[in-house]
Design a binder for this molecule. Structure first.
Ligand code: HEM
Length: 488
């Protein structure tokens, strides 16, 4: 009754709920994209719901992506939402524990290290890590078997990311002890911590201990490098150690360490969830796995030479597999912003007040038949211009001739008015897209050379459901696939 009597005509419709505080938290949390689609049928693209006591306004579709992700700095804030979760995990003075202008500079330092020259060095490192992993992993002994693939992909992601981004000294320390510390850090990222980040709970104590311990490991390496005057490895750590803010202050060691944690955490979940989905789809679609193998033979030659950054660019189906997987399984399903000043929504009567949180969910438009014919079909060839189910022409056209803007960390597309934004948009856009592309395309190409995958129950065309219980969505486990080695 309250909701009907006191409805403000300038606010979006409120999703009906029985209980205050809890609101729609539970129904939203089980499967956010599906729940958004259900609400869209009742209320349209803009509606408000109660998430843990907070009025949260969702704006779906390309216009919503633009409104939220390209919101002005005076209107929206990411740090206000995320800092309670990220600061205890990453550490002080970086990312969301500093003014946005400082984050923009930090993103620039990180992005400079993610250059083409760096990627050319990374591909052989990643292929060597993949080779080594499958030689030593107990889960891949013998000629064939069944494996819960997300566990393997999480390990492979951390070995490849730590080796490439953080250098060989850090990689050599990535034994079980450090993996366990990262697991403890991870616990800080559970959604319950939005409410209980401060609480004296056992997992928060472990998180804080892990943060201090990992930061110290990095700071010790930094000190050793400074003492040795070593400059031979131009990796991420080296770049950050040698960066200076615009005001003349060199980046302090603790900030270097905290940025390294942030980078590894940002990449770990999104990349390992994506490579798991790629494996699951290849198991569900052995025809595509075979087509990928044939692509490598045709494009690179029957002797399958070592992978390089240059020849990855020639494997268009291999690239399309990643693109299509991110279309259906963007690991970040909800992007949130605090509203800092009342925000009129263009072409509507709505004004979003400052006590609301905004929520963008570009995964919803990425599976909308309006933009992607047969949206639920995982079909990498849809990204060919001539495919009968190619995305609508507006998406295909976006690319080189798009207008660009610099928020301080390099040029990015000016518009966020797109239905396909797995890497976000605007000032908070991902700087890891190219790195993730190199990492994931190399891993996929290597898996295709080594294995044939299939579903353990012999079915095709279907994969397991999604687990939305963490901040990053991922396959429900166990997510088993059957593997068979190609060359034995
Ligand atoms: C930001 C997705 C991999 C580092 C973002 C955002 C998205 C995203 C959607 C925007 C978040 C927001 O607006 O609130 C992904 C996906 C990945 C991936 C789908 C892999 C498949 C990586 C990797 C790194 C990375 C590998 C590091 C090497 C970052 C950073 C930000 C970011 C530093 C900036 C956060 C900000 O400015 O607020 N990513 N990411 N990401 N990502 Fe990624």
């Amino acid at each position: 009754l309250n909701q009907i009597l006191f409805k403000n005509p300038n606010e979006p419709p409120m999703v009906f709920h029985w209980f205050p505080i809890i609101g729609s938290t539970i129904t939203y949390g089980i499967d956010p994209p599906r729940w958004f689609k259900q609400q869209r049928e009742k209320y349209g693209d803009i509606f408000t719901f109660v998430l843990l006591g907070k009025k949260t306004t969702v704006y779906l579709g390309p216009a919503g992506n633009e409104f939220i992700l390209n919101g002005k700095i005076k209107d929206v804030s990411a740090e206000e939402i995320y800092t309670v979760l990220t600061t205890p995990v990453f550490g002080k003075d970086v990312v969301y524990d500093c003014p946005n202008s400082k984050l923009m500079e930090q993103k620039k330092f990180m992005k400079i290290a993610l250059s083409t020259a760096a990627f050319q060095r990374y591909v052989p490192i990643i292929t060597a890590e993949v080779d080594d992993y499958f030689k030593r992993s107990a889960d891949f002994k013998g000629k064939s078997g069944i494996v819960n693939i997300p566990k393997s992909m999480a390990e492979l992601t951390i070995f490849t990311a730590s080796h490439t981004l953080q250098g060989s000294e850090v990689r050599s320390k990535f034994d079980e002890k450090v993996a366990a510390l990262y697991h403890d850090l991870d616990m800080g990222f559970s959604p319950i911590n939005f409410a209980l980040y401060w609480a004296p709970l056992p997992w928060n104590a472990r998180r804080d201990h892990a943060q201090r311990t990992v930061a110290k490991i990095y700071m010790d390496v930094i000190k050793q490098r400074r003492a040795a005057g070593a400059t031979e490895t131009e990796d991420m750590m080296w770049h950050l150690m040698n960066s200076t803010y615009k005001n003349g202050t060199p980046v302090p060691d603790h900030e270097v360490a905290h940025m390294l944690i942030a980078l590894l955490m940002a990449g770990q979940h999104s990349s390992s969830s994506t490579s798991s989905w790629i494996c699951l789809w290849l198991a569900a679609r052995p025809d595509v796995m075979e087509a990928l193998y044939q692509e490598q033979i045709e494009v690179l030659g029957a002797d399958l030479p070592p992978l390089t950054y240059e020849n990855l660019q020639k494997l268009s189906l291999n690239q399309a597999v990643l693109k299509e997987t991110l279309r259906l399984h963007a690991p970040i399903h909800s992007i949130m912003r605090a509203v800092k000043s009342p925000m009129p929504v263009p072409n509507t009567r709505y004004v979003i007040p400052t006590n609301h949180t905004l929520l963008a969910a570009s995964g919803v438009s990425a599976s909308d038949p309006k933009y992607f014919p047969e949206p639920d079909l995982w079909e990498p060839t849809r990204w060919d211009k001539d495919s009968p189910i190619a995305p609508s022409s507006a998406i295909q056209a976006s690319g080189e001739d798009e207008e660009k803007i610099d928020y301080g960390y390099g040029l990015v597309s000016k518009g966020a008015n797109s239905p396909y934004l797995p890497f976000g948009a605007g000032r908070h856009r991902c700087i890891g897209e190219q790195f993730a592309g190199v990492q994931l395309q190399t891993i996929t190409a290597m898996l295709v050379r080594k294995f044939k995958f299939s579903n353990p129950d012999g079915t095709t065309g279907k994969v397991i459901g999604t687990d939305y219980q963490s901040l990053f969505s991922r396959p429900l486990e166990p997510a088993n696939i059957r593997w068979e080695k190609r060359d034995e």
